[in-house]
Design a protein around this ligand. Sequence first.
Ligand code: AMP
Length: 488
Amino acid sequence: MAGANLQKPIWEQIALETFQKNFYIESPEVSSRPEAEVQEFMAARGITVQGQAVPRPLFTFSDCPFPDPIRAALAQQGWQQPTPIQSMGFPLALSGRNMVGIAQTGSGKTAAFLLPALVHIAAQPPLRLQDGPICLVLVPTRELAQQVQEVANTFGLVVGVRNVCVYGGASKANQIRDLDHRPAIVIATPGRLLDLLEMGRTNLRRCTYLVLDEADRMLDMGFEPQIRRIVDQVRPDRQTLMWSATWPREVQSLARDYLGEFVKVTIGSQDLTANPNITQHVQVCQEWEKEHLLYRLLPQLCYTGAKILIFAETKRRVDEVDRQLRSQGYASLAIHGDKQQSERERVLAQFKGGYAQLLVATDVASRGLDIDDIAAVVNVDFPAQIEDYIHRIGRTARSHKTGTSYSFITAKHAKLARELIDLMTATGQEVNPRLYDLCGASRDYARSRANAPRQHRGGQMHQPPLPPPPPRSIQRPPPTASVLGRSP
Ligand code: AMP
């Protein structure tokens, strides 16, 4: 395994230079807010915290003690106020605390850890010739690495902080060359970073701000030994911030082993969190009905011109669905792990730029894909785990927007039906009664779920889950389809 030759330093025998990690001074506006107002703010945003001496949430960007260039960059982004995870994440991270953030994808967590990272970096002595990064962000996939890099560029470059992204499947030589420029931030997937550490192309001796992003996903992908090997290379008094959409036992044990004392911030439900701004429709069907269902649904989704992301189970199936869609005149693109990195990037850029309305993907696109105008997600094949379902549908309704998801589920995924019902109920969705049949739930169970408290958002559809068809005149693929529908 990569990194097998890396020795864990004996920290007790190493004289470590002291470093500063607490920069937070609460503003008088924040201190003077009545406690009731603070509690109301947190309750309204579904923020819960666990831990000692937790700072108060920040209501506005003017509550946040960021340097002027960062304030200006925030204004330029047009962001009006911190998202809930930022409200809590900013003061915690700025005070040098270790933290776990449990938040759905699209919640603004990248800025929640990167903006304080920039303040942390600015307070450290300049990097010397042989120094590695001050901030390390570990991520599960190349796509997520690139997305984190976009935010690091937006805000980092205005304060003169360089970053480098290192991930597998791309040229090592280029990444080594970039590392030679001594970036203060390295954003990395675990395997490639271990390779580079072993080659001596970078080191973590100066790393004092460590971020584990999408920890649950990294563990699902089997990166635990690599993560442990990497974290062992970082001085133990570092600041560690761990982010995850879910809080399973494996993530808890990672936090226990590497975070020491930490504050846990949860946005939304304590368990699985799906974005409540997504209206979820689920159709229970047979495998052979899927094609018909898809072609009944697509004209209704496509006529607005909005982007649609379609998930299928395997690479072969993605190619097949994509081919079929194009043969029907739809402007479709495909992305999966067999495609070269450069091709994946090109496809994503085309989809982002609106050159095609449909993108068919495997789970390679279920996390980290941040395209803010995807109006709907269609799961032609249901994912293998409910966590993946949350991530897939989380590709729509980014930041404060709303979105819709449509999922076809067959008996093959019956074992997920109960979790799906719970998830939908927790986010105020109408549950298709056929889902109860699928999980073989007793009438009592169904009744008890139906009576469970909901954060209801009004009359969602019941059964059938697909919205009514549009007028006949627009029940055709969009006019651009045949022009754009060439192979990527
Ligand atoms: P993330 O969860 O970090 O992937 O962010 C999801 C999306 O939210 C990205 O498109 C960000 O640009 C956007 N975003 C992050 N913070 C804010 C904010 N405070 N206000 C509006 N949009 C934001």
